[in-house]
Design a protein around this ligand. Sequence first.
Ligand SMILES: CN(C)C(=N)NCCC[C@H](N)C(=O)O
Length: 264
Amino acid sequence: MPVEEFVAGWISGAVGLILGHPLDTVKVLGFFKGMSFPIGSVAVVNSVLFGTYSNSLLLLSSTSHQARKTQPPNYGHIFVAGSIAGFVQAYCLAPFDLIKVRLQNQTEPRARPGVAPSQYRGPLHCARTILREEGPQGLFRGAWALVLRDTPTLGLYFLTYEGLSWWLTSDSKEPGSATMLVAGGFAGIISWTTATPLDVVKARMQMDGLKQREYRGLLDCMVSSARQEGPGVFFKGLTLNSARAFPVNAVTFFSYEHLLRLLS
Ligand SMILES: CN(C)C(=N)NCCC[C@H](N)C(=O)O
């Protein structure tokens, strides 16, 4: 199994996250809060994402990453391989994403005189508190919403990247850096636009375990959110998601492709 895609995915994920974390935290609350933690986790999850995608595509279409640049694989294979990767990485991502959202939602990162201290002192304390108060399943709160959010949208993510790359590159040539940046950026925007409704539901399910449980499940969360706030509630954060998705994923694919060329 080629492992260079896992290594390139790991490093490119870290590079993309650093660029996008401030906007991601503004979407949830604050700025560079809680970035140290997702750097390690999102980089690993990105490694799982790109490594699983590339090896699934190799199994489905028997074309290696290098060969795919001269002969385009079947777009159906790309979508299925991307969806498989989306499903697998969502389970790896779930506990890390939950801790990130809980930390980002804290208004007071450090105790101040006269202000009630935040519930979590950091990622490890957050994980220990969730395990103690909500049990092991507490670390997977919102996991189903994450799986439903990422499985189809990551199929679309890789389909957009491969399709645009192929369309922007003249025959039998390797995609240039500008193509990687543009195709990666649009892959990010299109996938995050379609992911936003379930991204909203996921964040609500992840915060639900904090105090008294408000939702009886994923469907109840969707129905009561729409009933209380109108269908527009599912597009909260769309602008921020899209604004951060272009640069983050442009840089992610750019660094991934160039690292692969170095490593293989
Ligand atoms: C729509 N979704 C969930 C995605 N496109 N995920 C894959 C890209 C993740 C990238 N590190 C980012 O934060 O945008």
